[in-house]
Design a protein. Structure first.
Length: 318
């Protein structure tokens, strides 16, 4: 069994057969049914092979007869696969139903090679953005609206629900729910080019009261975000605000992740680095050496002091 680590980070790799909520449970059941049926079919095929190779002549003659070929080669697969399809659709149909009134909704957009996360109100309007993390309350279903900004991605947090593709121009739906607080790891499960393998995410489940406190804090600009200082000056001078937004400031770029509360995130680079001042400085200086092919340019022109200043400011955005 894989469980959240003691430091609150998501254990890796995420366990595909260890459901932590009611939407992952049916998929776990379906998986074991498919494993069992696959094993049974393999056993039947091996028995038939053994008979064909070593059985009595009379058995081999019957095995090669037209009747048994029609039964085993056509009727049996049609019946078994149809039954599994109907069973699977019935078991998982509730995962992608249309939004219900008052249901919590989060829009997740797959981008090369990170996740844009937007928290929506009851009318589907965007409240604020985050990146590479989804925060949810325990014991409550959350509807995810899954989009793609470029190529096909696939959202998969195996302990909380199934895998759903994110297709440009199409919005797919899925539901997740965590029964216990913790951090649940996920991954893009569809090859999307470049550093696809480094496109991770984490779902953080809070007790309802803790989630309400987190939501209130994230909905407002970080304290001191707009206060003058060396860090914000470096950020402005380097042109970072043309790609990134910071609530409470004049920075309103849309191309990259929203950095309004970047200091409170657990990781950098879509799950590949712990988030602290040192890793932040390294990422800004030369993210290409850490995650080759990502869309953030390197900034070798920044001095060591400038990197310390801007990373300290970004770390303070909590």
């Amino acid at each position: 069994m894989t469980s959240p680590a003691a430091d609150g980070t998501a254990a890796w790799p995420p366990a595909a057969l260890d459901p932590a909520g009611p939407f992952a449970g049916p998929l776990n059941t379906l998986s074991w049914v498919l494993f069992a049926m696959g094993g049974a079919v393999l056993l039947i095929v091996l028995i038939a092979l053994g008979v064909a190779l070593f059985g009595p002549r009379r058995w081999r003659t019957r095995l090669g007869g037209a009747k048994l070929v029609w039964i085993g080669g056509f009727a049996f697969p049609v019946v078994v696969l149809s039954a599994l399809l109907i069973y699977g659709l019935g078991l998982t149909s509730h995962l992608t139903q249309e939004p219900a009134p008052g249901e919590m909704r989060v829009r997740v957009t797959g981008e090369m090679w990170w996740w844009r996360v937007a928290y929506l109100d009851a009318q589907g309007r965007e409240g604020f953005q985050d990146a590479n993390e989804i925060h949810i309350p325990t014991g409550r279903p959350v509807l995810l609206e899954l989009d793609s900004a470029d190529v096909i991605h696939s959202f998969w947090v195996p302990r909380l629900s199934g895998k759903v593709d994110m297709i440009p121009g199409r919005r797919n739906l899925m539901r997740i729910q965590a029964d216990e607080p913790g951090a649940y790891g996920g991954q893009c499960a569809e090859y999307c080019g470049g550093p696809h393998a480094l496109m991770g995410l984490v779902v953080v489940a809070h007790e309802p009261a803790d989630y309400a406190a987190w939501l209130g804090k994230q909905s407002a600009p970080a304290a001191g975000a707009a206060q003058p200082g060396a860090g914000i000056e470096v950020f402005a001078r380097a042109g970072c605000g043309s790609c990134h937004s910071v609530a409470g400031t004049a920075f309103n770029g849309l191309a990259g992740p929203d950095l309004s509360h970047v200091g409170s995130r657990r990781t950098l680079g879509a799950g590949i680095l712990p988030n602290n001042q040192g890793t932040m400085a390294g990422w800004i200086s030369d993210s290409q050496s850490i995650k080759p092919g990502n869309r953030m340019p390197a900034y070798p022109v920044l001095t060591g002091q400038e990197l310390r200043d801007v990373s300290a400011w970004l770390e303070s955005l909590k």
